[in-house]
Design a protein around this ligand. Sequence first.
Ligand SMILES: Nc1nc2c(c(=O)[nH]1)N[C@H]1C(S)=C(S)[C@@H](COP(=O)(O)OP(=O)(O)OC[C@H]3O[C@@H](n4cnc5c(=O)[nH]c(N)nc54)[C@H](O)[C@@H]3O)O[C@H]1N2
Ligand SMILES: Nc1nc2c(c(=O)[nH]1)N[C@H]1C(S)=C(S)[C@@H](COP(=O)(O)OP(=O)(O)OC[C@H]3O[C@@H](n4cnc5c(=O)[nH]c(N)nc54)[C@H](O)[C@@H]3O)O[C@H]1N2
Ligand code: SF4
Ligand SMILES: [Mo]
Length: 741
Amino acid sequence: MRTVHRTCPLCDAVCGLKLTLDDTGRVTSVKGDPDDPFSKGFICPKGASLGHLDEDPDRLRVPLVRREDDEWHEVSWQEAFETVERGLSGVIDRHGRDAVAVYLGNPTFHTMGGILYRGALGQALGTRNVYSASTIDQMPKHVACGYLFGDPLAISVPDIDRTDFLLILGANPVESNGSLCSAPDFPGRLKALRRRGGKLVVADPRRTRTALAADEHLFVRPGTDAFLLFGIVHTLLAEDLTSIDLDVAGLADLRRLAEDFAPDAVSGVCGVPAERIAGLARELAAAPTAAVYSRIGGCTVEFGTATQWLVDVINILTGNFDRPGGVMFTRTATMDLGRTGEPYTTGRWHSRVRNLPESLGELPVATLADEIETPGEGQVRALVSVAGNPVLSAPGGPRLDGALADLEFMVCVDPYLNETTRHANVILPPPRMLQMPHYDFLLLSVAVRNYTRFSPAILPLESWQLSEADILAKLTLIASGQGADADPSALTEMMLEQILGGATQAPAGPFAGMDVAEARASLEGDSGPELLLDLFLKLGSYGLSLATLQENPHGIDLGPLEPRLPELLCTVSGKVELAAPRLAEEAGRLRERLAEPAPEMLLIGRRQLRSLNSWLHNVPALVGGSNQCTLHVHPDDIARLGLAEQAVVRSANGELVVPVEANDAIMPGVVSLPHGWGHAGTPQRVAAAHSGVNANALTDESVVDVPSGNAVFNGVPVTLAPYEPGEPSQADRRTLTATAV
Ligand SMILES: Nc1nc2c(c(=O)[nH]1)N[C@H]1C(S)=C(S)[C@@H](COP(=O)(O)OP(=O)(O)OC[C@H]3O[C@@H](n4cnc5c(=O)[nH]c(N)nc54)[C@H](O)[C@@H]3O)O[C@H]1N2
Ligand SMILES: Nc1nc2c(c(=O)[nH]1)N[C@H]1C(S)=C(S)[C@@H](COP(=O)(O)OP(=O)(O)OC[C@H]3O[C@@H](n4cnc5c(=O)[nH]c(N)nc54)[C@H](O)[C@@H]3O)O[C@H]1N2
Ligand code: SF4
Ligand SMILES: [Mo]
């Protein structure tokens, strides 16, 4: 028996865990680490199941290749990589580099290999067709911050431990545990806010568990937060309630744009009484400190970028930007990663079929199926997919399912054979989580305290295994033409050399004046990712190193957040741009929408505590009970529409038969279906027995948030009808076909 400390790699909360393992390496218990200064012993049911997940017998252990017989064959790594090399080079030779697309799923933000090599992989492929979970998630936030501050990574977090007033729109951190705001025990932190006399207001079309923990809950109609927020901006400006303490540009333009959005004008659209909108503006302005925070319900909507823009505009107008108790920027232990120093812009190129703008070097996932299906120069014919399940997570998932089946070649890096990876020719499985070192480069950059924690690999790799980092490095080297025999460490060495080249030339810093070889020799770490981490820590603001982190398994608290906007600002004007043209255009689109009638019934999503997107449904302890794929419908709507146990839900894009669950916590006229279900054609035994339906059969990939190209999952117009058992519906037929495959 031994006890080890380790970061939970599952969600953004980065909890510190305490695991016990027996001498065979089996996990015998998982608890929160009480000595962790950041998470202080907090754990959720997903973290508690980490052992079961890590040891899931349905996880893939060795590479699989699908041969002409359409059967899966276990093969050596050598054979797998040779198959990848042949497959990719064949497509590139026949159709050119843009014919290979890459999709980087959500867990690439959580693994060291994913974060460190995802950029290199995209670059090595030399394709315009780079896609990631960012455009089905937070791209609107990047675009808004990019135009406001010049840096799409200048994402601030609500200082929840010190604020006096927190307004949350479209986030449910009591169940999601927070996102783009790493705060272990978010629920406890919200309780503490109220205990110290602070106020919590939640705007959501559902009375969520977060809403139940609040002082006040406001029902807002799905997709309309931008109107509500513009109403607040209007009031702040009209009543002279602003106290701006930053160097801003565009205030007069903003004032002009806000004119049309008085609380009276927007109230009918968003469903919040005009008096309450004005009241919120006054309370935000009067509170000693206040923060506005918005996530999935304010990103994956038709006006996602406008929503995220106005969130920060309110934080700025009320004097709460970059100050304690307001919203602030984290200072990470590692050097700032990913900043280019160039003012941000979108649309440096556009997607081939729908002409959607690039952002952060990516094209929107909402157009991936178009790019695969539409013939012509640049048509996508191959896909490299890492840690993603877009058949269940992308809008119009079933269409993508069909498109993937038509590809000439597909390789996936994933521990599971699932709805997406079943279309691959080669699946490359990473080893168990406990066999990999862990460091949250990204999540620690949006933490509510300056904090750092490293988790070494707990179990050694077996001779027949490859680390995720080595798998990705190998793919990168194959993509850059170096062949299946390339040594994966060559990629790390290239990256180290490049960064050290700059660091040794710098006038100051830990490597100044050294030659590159000497600097390289001073780095410590047992793997590529660890060497890079050591380098980034040494170049960071606190002068830490991998060795320091290894000596502190519970993590190191680096103190509360401190103001740091000026050093992050990267606009051409050198000021915060309150009404950048690309954002101001959204005001025009919102204005047009003011006059349009609202659809009668709107679909939204729902995250459940024991689910994690599409990939935790194979853990018996996590499925069942409250974790069901049901449609929440208000009892009044059930009565009005004569619904019984099941209903047919139709959208412009598809139809599903779903179990109906009466729930008076949802707004009448709104229904909620969780995503990540619809398990089909997968050998995951538990998941197959809890299949549910794919919510993204209803979402519509042809509708996006215009500036960011982000998918719209919330506020999808639908109709509901009672389901008459008997004749299989269109949806049934599709499910039957999918199962038959
Ligand atoms: N348990 C669990 N935790 C997770 C995940 C998971 O799948 N399960 N996923 C992780 C990931 S990838 C992410 S990105 C985060 C997401 O973290 P959150 O954004 O906190 O998660 P959601 O539960 O999607 O919260 C969105 C909320 O917006 C509401 N909503 C929908 N439409 C609107 C709207 O138009 N306006 C407003 N104001 N509200 C709206 C929904 O009812 C819901 O309560 O969670 C992470 N954590
Ligand atoms: N309708 C609707 N759709 C949504 C959302 C919504 O709210 N509503 N939310 C969206 C959001 S916020 C997100 S982030 C996306 C997620 O979209 P995706 O990232 O495409 O989907 P996930 O379900 O997270 O799939 C993760 C995949 O990674 C694999 N995996 C897990 N751990 C590892 C690992 O360590 N290494 C590797 N290589 N693979 C691993 C899993 O087996 C799984 O196949 O879904 C989006 N889709
Ligand atoms: S809240 Fe997130 S990080 Fe914490 S234990 Fe649960 S899944 Fe893991
Ligand atoms: Mo996400």
